[in-house]
Design a protein around this ligand. Structure first.
Ligand SMILES: Cc1ncc(COP(=O)(O)O)c(C=O)c1O
Length: 408
C-alpha cells in the first residue's frame, strides 16, 4: 500500500528511467493539458477567433482563480490568476503599504526568494523618505523561534511584512496563522508568498486573516513553464486597496475605452493587461488534479515521503557527509527535502548525468529534492538515495567542474 501513486498515470512520463525530483521548480505535464492546449489553439483561436474572448477567455482568470482559492482556503471572488508572482507581489505590497503613510518600513527575511527581496527593495526606495526594507534572518533560527524573531523586529513604523510560507531553499514552513495574527495585531499588513506550499500542503489563508498572498502555478500546481501566477486579497480590502498598476483589465469597464481609470470592484481590480490565454488555459487541468486528489491526501502522502527520505538520510547519507537542511518536525516542513554538501554542485551534475536523477541546486551548497505527491514514487526516492551514495563512493562528482553553469 505504501506506493499509492494513483495519479501518476495522469501525467506525461515519457521516460520512466528519469527520476524527476524537481516538481517544486517545474511540475510535470498533465496528460489533460497536453490534450487541451491543441484544442484551445485549433478550436478557440483557430476557428472561433475573437469570439473566444466572450465565449471562453474572459472568464479564465476568475474561474481558475476560484479553483486555486479552494486549494488555499479562500472563498470565491478572492483569488485571481494574472501576471507573474513578482508583479503580483509588487501590486499587493505597494497597495497595502499605501493604506497608512506613517508606516513605510517593510519587513522581510534576508534569505527570502530573491525576487521578493528585489521587489521590496525597490518599493522601499520608491517610498517617501521613511521607506526602509528591514531584513531579519530566518534561515539560521530553529523554526519554532522564527516568530520571536519577527516579533522582535516589529516596530510601530512597520507597515508591511512579506514572507514566504515555505522557504525555497531549506523547505522550512513558517506558522502562517500565528505569524499573521502577530503581525496584524501589531498594525502591519501581512503578505504571503505561498509559491512553495500551494498544492502541497493545507493553507487556510482566509481564516488566517492575512491581507494577501501571491504564488506560482508552475510548481505543485503543474501549470507549465512561465504560467501566470495568482493573487489573493481579503474580501473586505478589495475595494479599499488600490492596484498601483492601473491597466485596462483592472478597470471597471475596460471595453468602454474611457479616458480616465476607474477601478473594477472586487479582486478583478488587481488585473493589469490582456492575459496570456494559452498559458493560462494550460493551468486548469493541473489545478483540477490537485482538487481531485484533495489537499489532505496530498499532504499526508507528501509528509510520508519527506519523512522516508529523512530516515534514509539518517542511515545512508549523514555518514557520507551530507547535511539535512530541512526541519525534522513535520509541522515545519514543506514538500521538499534539502541536503547540503560542500560539493553540492558537482554532485548534482553527477546525479543528473550518471544516474538520471533530477533534483536542483541552490547556491552555495544546497541540493533540493522536490516531492510532488501526485506523481513522485517511493521507488524514485530509493533510487535517488542510491545515487547520492554511489556518486560519492565512486567519486563521480570529481568528473564535473566545481563551478556552477546554467540552470538546474
Ligand atoms: C518563492 C518564490 N517566489 C517567487 C518566484 C518567482 O516567481 P515569478 O518568476 O513567477 O515572478 C519563485 C520562483 O521560483 C519562488 O520560488
Amino acid at each position: 500500500m505504501r506506493d499509492e501513486a494513483i495519479y501518476r498515470d495522469r501525467f506525461v512520463v515519457s521516460d520512466p528511467s528519469i527520476i524527476y525530483l524537481d516538481g517544486n521548480s517545474l511540475g510535470r505535464l498533465p496528460k489533460r493539458t497536453a490534450e487541451l492546449v491543441p484544442q484551445v489553439l485549433q478550436q478557440q483561436w483557430g476557428s472561433e477567433l475573437i469570439g473566444s474572448w466572450n465565449k471562453h477567455w474572459l472568464a479564465l482568470s476568475t474561474r481558475i482563480g476560484d479553483k486555486i482559492g479552494r486549494i488555499i482556503g479562500a472563498s470565491a471572488g478572492t483569488t485571481i490568476v494574472c501576471d507573474s508572482t513578482s508583479v503580483n507581489l509588487y501590486k499587493l505590497a505597494k497597495g497595502f503599504l499605501h493604506r497608512d503613510r506613517s508606516r513605510q518600513v517593510i519587513l522581510t527575511d534576508r534569505s527570502n526568494f530573491p525576487t521578493d527581496q528585489y521587489i521590496l527593495q525597490g518599493l522601499a526606495l520608491d517610498a517617501s523618505q521613511d521607506g526602509e526594507l528591514r531584513r531579519i534572518c530566518l534561515d539560521d533560527v530553529p523554526p519554532e523561534y522564527a516568530i520571536d524573531r519577527i516579533a522582535d523586529a516589529l516596530s510601530d513604523d512597520v507597515g508591511l511584512v512579506s514572507l514566504s510560507h515555505v522557504h525555497y531553499k531549506s523547505g522550512m514552513a513558517l506558522d502562517l496563522a500565528r505569524i499573521t495574527r502577530l503581525v496584524q495585531d501589531r498594525g502591519a499588513a501581512m503578505l504571503w508568498d505561498i509559491s512553495h506550499s500551494v498544492g502541497a500542503m493545507p493553507i487556510d489563508i482566509e481564516k488566517s486573516g492575512a491581507y494577501g498572498a501571491v504564488g506560482c502555478t508552475y510548481k505543485y500546481l503543474n501549470g507549465g513553464p512561465g504560467a501566470p501566477a495568482f493573487l489573493y486579497v481579503r474580501s473586505d480590502l478589495q475595494d479599499v486597496v488600490c492596484n498601483p498598476i492601473q491597466g485596462w483589465f483592472g478597470a471597471a469597464r475596460p471595453f468602454d475605452f474611457g479616458e480616465d481609470y476607474s477601478p473594477a470592484t472586487g479582486v478583478q481590480r488587481f488585473l493589469v493587461g490582456t492575459p496570456p490565454i494559452l498559458s493560462m488555459a494550460a493551468i486548469e487541468p493541473g489545478v483540477d488534479l490537485v482538487l481531485e486528489a484533495g489537499i489532505s491526501w496530498l499532504r499526508s502522502r507528501s509528509l510520508g515521503m519527506t519523512e522516508y527520505l529523512i530516515e534514509q538520510y539518517d542511515v545512508r547519507l549523514l555518514p557520507r557527509g551530507y547535511r539535512l537542511q530541512t526541519p525534522r518536525d513535520p509541522i515545519y516542513r514543506g514538500s521538499h527535502v534539502s541536503l547540503q554538501h560542500e560539493h553540492a554542485w558537482p554532485i548534482t551534475q553527477a546525479l543528473i548525468h550518471e544516474h538520471m536523477v533530477i533534483p536542483d541546486f541552490r547556491q552555495p551548497d544546497t541540493i533540493r529534492f522536490g516531492i510532488t505527491p501526485l506523481y513522485t514514487t517511493y521507488d524514485e526516492l530509493d533510487r535517488a538515495v542510491d545515487a547520492l551514495v554511489n556518486v560519492l563512493e565512486q567519486r563521480q562528482h570529481l568528473h564535473y567542474p566545481r563551478e556552477r553553469q546554467g540552470v538546474t
